[in-house]
Unconditional design. Sequence first.
Length: 217
Amino acid sequence: MDKASQADETKQVDLGRAGTAVKDGVTRSLKGLNEIEAGIVSLVRGTVADTLKLTADAAGMSMALTAEVMKGAIKATEEIGTGLTLSAKSVTKGVVMGVGDVGGDVMAAASRTVKGAVTGAAEVGGDVSVVARRAVDGAIEAGKEIGANVEELATAAVGGAIEAAASIGTTAARSVKEILVGVVEGLREVAGAAFPAGGAKGSSGREATPPQKTKVP
């Protein structure tokens, strides 16, 4: 083998090693992020549920509590200087699941928590539209895991995000609407696939009724 061929082979080996090293590093980092997100969800869910169990007015307390939980999360990201987009999803998911654990109004909780995330992001100079999408995603994930009506939950969360963005300004409202435009419609398409035009048969032999569409804010 001549020197030129040996050099080419060496370059290919080096490039292969570099690619493998990056892949392994990214994999470890992503696994670490998943563990961090799961930890935040668990912490918030437990805190919210335990707090609401101690009050006679769980419905009224949950509204104030969701706002305080999100404020606490945003203060934490301010102190650290990063993590707002990561925590927005996890905190929202944890809040909705915690409220659901005590039989609370998860729709109102989703709307209020997402609203707090968007407002908080604006206050600390974060990317409002990205935080809005992450928070809405967290609400949707929570709904799926606790068996809530995901379409209605998504509609409530998107409504909260748009309302908060509108209070910030027209630019924020436009960017949030653009990033969230397909969320609820996408869920409707999934529901439509699960209940085709012919209708799915229930255990009684009658056609199952697909979820009713709700108005997108």
